[in-house]
Ligand binder design. Structure first.
Ligand SMILES: Cc1cc2nc3c(=O)[nH]c(=O)nc-3n(C[C@H](O)[C@H](O)[C@H](O)COP(=O)(O)O)c2cc1C
Length: 191
């Protein structure tokens, strides 16, 4: 019933680096649609093992300082240019949200970390497809600084929580070709 629509939506989604995502960002209604899409992810035992923190425009400068501090701690020899680049990363993309998985520490210890992470992955993909369906571009960004104590503190992460990646959404000004997808024959076998 939805096969053609779903195939087109899925096959035409592509990653854009956050710095290639410009204003206008998603409207409030589009953001809500993205999070409703996330909520439709498969979730073993329905434990909601993930959450998102939206980084508002007002918080971008503070996040930039945190990125720079994390870089300085990781590499005390980082140059001013590198520190400034790290700071600028927080400014990219009109919509930026941190995706966080809860790996345990709740009443469902039987749901392993890998299932929780898969659920988050599905939630993120639903968000990306929701943004794409609205004609917006999107991208994911991770990197070493995500695990830095500075970043964990900034987002007030719990002991059992792990930052997985940022979800960035905005308007694409320069389209680019969609990458060649791997042939299913390269990743499917049969027994
Ligand atoms: C969890 C996760 C983290 C990612 N982090 C980055 C990143 O830090 N930098 C980056 O360029 N791409 C990142 N990507 C996006 C991939 O580079 C991108 O999906 C890949 O190149 C395939 O392109 P496509 O999504 O257009 O098919 C990430 C993807 C995932 C799933």
């Amino acid at each position: 019933m939805y096969a053609e629509f779903a195939a087109t939506l899925i096959q035409t989604r592509q990653h854009f680096a956050p710095k290639r995502l410009h204003e206008p960002g998603p409207s409030e209604a589009q953001v809500q649609a993205m999070f409703r899409a996330a909520a439709a992810a498969p979730d073993h035992r329905c434990i909601l093992p993930w959450r998102f923190i939206v980084v508002s425009r007002a918080s971008r400068a503070a996040l930039g300082k945190v990125f720079a501090a994390a870089l300085r701690a990781r590499d005390p020899t980082a140059s001013e240019i590198q520190l400034s680049e790290a700071r600028n990363k927080a400014d990219w993309a009109p919509f930026l949200a941190l995706a966080i998985v809860r790996e345990g520490g709740d009443e469902e210890p039987d749901v392993p970390a890998q299932e929780r992470l898969i659920s988050l992955g599905c939630a993120i993909q639903n968000m990306l497809l929701s943004a794409h369906a609205e004609g917006l571009g999107s991208g994911l960004v991770s990197g070493q600084s995500l695990q830095a104590p500075h970043v964990r503190q900034f987002f007030n992460l719990g002991e059992c929580e792990r930052a997985v990646c940022f979800v960035a959404v905005g308007t694409v000004q320069k389209p680019r070709p969609i990458r060649q997808r791997p042939d299913p024959a390269t990743f499917v076998t049969q027994v």
